[in-house]
Design a protein. Sequence first.
Length: 315
Amino acid sequence: MATLTATGPSSAEPRMRSGAAARLAGISASTLRIWEYRYGVVVPPKSAAGQRTYSMKDVERLRIIKLLTSDGHAISTLANLDVHALVALSAKPQPSSSDPQKVVVVGRAAARKLEGRLKSQQTLVFDDLNHIERDMLGVGPVDVLVVHVRTLHPDLVARIVGLRKQLLRPQVIVLYSFGAESISESLYAAGMTARREPLTGKELLGLLLAPPQRAESFDSGASSNARRYSDTDLTILAEISSPVSCECPRHLAEIVTLLVAFEEYSTECASQSKKDAVLHRHLREVTARARVNLERALERVVVDEGLSHLVSPSI
């Protein structure tokens, strides 16, 4: 794993705006704002015009934190560490990924598939979700959670998400025989792996040893599809005059507004019609992902054009 070294202070440090700092650190502007406002990773001063200004020391800190989060460290545990502690942490050798350190298997069928295949001795097996929820005490942090169920349904997904949180967010693999595609997609969007049976023991072992899937969202306790801009923000951005000839803020704000409306429409349809519930749930999730991507694009335009003072993104 690559490591970084801390540098000394500069007598005349150049300052830069958030967009430039984010690009140099290798993160998105929206990620920088989340890290700054939610976790206090950096505390940049403001210019006379009210713009946040960043130093190269801030950029260096952000780079190291990005490296550590990519290696699996939680942003909440890194936020209060100084740069020297971050550098020391980045220099520590990471555990070998040749075999999971600790595996919890829910379902005897999945456990039988893995018999004799795992070198790790830290393997716990539970009969079903009721069993592990009842005997959770003493399990502790887990590297990989394998859950085998016959049918995948929304209530079951909620239980798996809750279980993952209690086990300090391990890699999660869900095996199922029946279930709507939209539900398996919701697991994928949350950073989990869902595979339909039949699956051989060799294939399951391959999933365990594969790099964990990264979710798009941060561990905030909120939905990964939470809105970044309120209706008021979108109205302001849609109506402001822009020096850019293509009027990007207005067009993007209008598109996001339409996506929000269709999301709400799909939600209402899902709640009113049992027959079409699965279809509309799928449409809502697909629309939400599209909205999130467009909001990221809008965030960049807002930052690059110096419009941040006009809106208050909900991040």
